[in-house]
Design a protein. Structure first.
Length: 146
């Protein structure tokens, strides 16, 4: 029996490798996004604790130096919050680009796999045709021999 060989198998193999690399890149981008979001959450918590501390300082006996330090800390946390939000936005953008690239590569791989399946179906049809022809010749030879 004949063996099926897909003449563009090396291209399919390359597409599969590229898809696997894109999956890794997408995973890394998602992990980075999660880390950046977690950092932002920590900044929000620190800022909230400073604001709570500032309210306590204002409501009790007034200690001007501590109130100033607390307000300065709140201002610093606001700046860090804005910077971290920009980091989160950049990480989201990178994750989206990685996802789009992964989708593109998956479509290319699936296209190659469909082409391979079509080639295999054609191979099976040609094989069936050849077997049928061979059977016809055998029957014809046996019939004419008698």
């Amino acid at each position: 029996m004949a063996k099926f060989t897909y003449r563009m198998q090396n291209i399919l193999d390359i597409k599969i490798k590229m898809e696997n690399q894109a999956k890794l890149a997408y995973g890394i981008a998602n992990r980075r996004l999660s880390e950046e979001q977690e950092k932002l959450q920590q900044i929000f918590l620190q800022k909230a604790s400073y604001e709570h501390r500032a309210r306590e300082l204002v409501s009790g006996t007034l200690k001007v130096q501590e109130i100033r330090e607390c307000r300065n800390a709140i201002d610093v946390m606001k700046v860090r919050q804005r910077a971290q939000m920009m980091n989160v936005h950049a990480a989201e953008k990178n994750a989206e680009q990685a996802r789009a690239e992964l989708n593109r590569l998956m479509v290319e791989r699936k296209t190659q796999e469909k082409l391979r399946e079509r080639a295999f179906e054609e191979f099976k049809q040609e094989l069936a045709y050849a077997e049928g022809k061979e059977i016809d010749e055998l029957v014809s030879y046996t019939y004419h021999k008698n």
